[in-house]
Design a binder for this molecule. Sequence first.
Ligand SMILES: Nc1ncnc2c1ncn2[C@@H]1O[C@H](COP(=O)(O)OP(=O)(O)OP(=O)(O)O)[C@@H](O)[C@H]1O
Ligand SMILES: [Mg+2]
Length: 360
Amino acid sequence: MARQKVIEGAAAGGGGKQPPSDRPLGHFNPDDERFDDELRPQKLSEVVGQKKVVDRLKIVLDATLKRKEPLSHILFDGPPGLGKTTLAMTLAKEMGTECQITSGPALQAPKDLLSYLTNASYGSVLFIDEIHRLPPAVEEFIYPVMEDFRVDIVLGEGMNARTINMKLKPFTVIGATTRSGMLTAPLRDRFVHREHLDFYDETELTEIVRRNARKLRTEIDEDAALLVANRSRGTPRKANNLLRWTRDFATVREPSGIITKPITERALEMLEVDAVGLESQDRRYLSTLVTVFSGGPAGLSAIGHTMNVPPDTLEDEVEPFLLRLGFIQRTPRGRTITAAGLSHLGLKPPPATTEQGELF
Ligand SMILES: Nc1ncnc2c1ncn2[C@@H]1O[C@H](COP(=O)(O)OP(=O)(O)OP(=O)(O)O)[C@@H](O)[C@H]1O
Ligand SMILES: [Mg+2]
């Protein structure tokens, strides 16, 4: 092993990750991932926060390096932008191995995975993003790959069909998913280590903003860094995007180019990011719940159709933070807005609730 080269998207093309089809193109997307690589930590020691996860990974990494073995398969799950890809890349770098990148939707049939498998050198990393979107046929094909480093290829059909077994060099699969609940138990169980990433706190995000401002060679006040952190919904990718936006704003509107607190306030106001970090889509979700569904309970797909936003996008990108803020509840009958959610919209909760979890 020990080739310090990262092969990105060998067969999936470009950055490996397919752009999610539900994201609008040609429109300013603050979550644009094309900037991620520039600010991504390169070593485990540069990863801010997620202390328990990083400590455990460090043990696994050090033990593996000591034994000169390939790393065991690892699964990262958590909402978008919290560092799943970052951790996978840093692990490959720390191991000094190659890393091939692909994603669940890019692997339509077992043959799509074959080129990755035959390319995988001893101890290298195969990173599969959005692994919950692997088609069932590929998933079944990957079981013996992960367990025994073996592929079973069926040649011919019917009476003449025969299976050829091909031995592979031991390597590591690192999977990432925003929906661990959608993974089948057999696939989940083949990952020896499973780590859940959670939202970051204010101190961690402020540190990320400070470090990344330095990487972007931009000066930012301490107060401004804190403000950006507080509006980043606990998510480093948001923090990076808001930092880039405030930097652009300061370049144009502030002669010194320094990002100060007043400049940040104006920049965030223009971007329509409110005091708790909600963006217009988040507020539209809340107001749809109130105006169209009388506060809920409402099904996710009904909300999605009303807003003209794919339900998956709402579930991955909008709901996790609203749930964390306690602005909505997920009940068996659907989503409901809470008193805190109503008061964020400047509305008063109704005096009495008819049923637990129901406000209207
Ligand atoms: N722990 C961290 N320390 C510093 N920066 C981080 C950390 N986690 C994430 N980042 C920053 O946030 C960006 C987005 O993270 P990353 O691409 O790893 O998220 P992700 O979990 O893979 O998201 P997605 O589910 O959308 O693929 C990175 O480029 C990096 O700059
Ligand atoms: Mg990722």
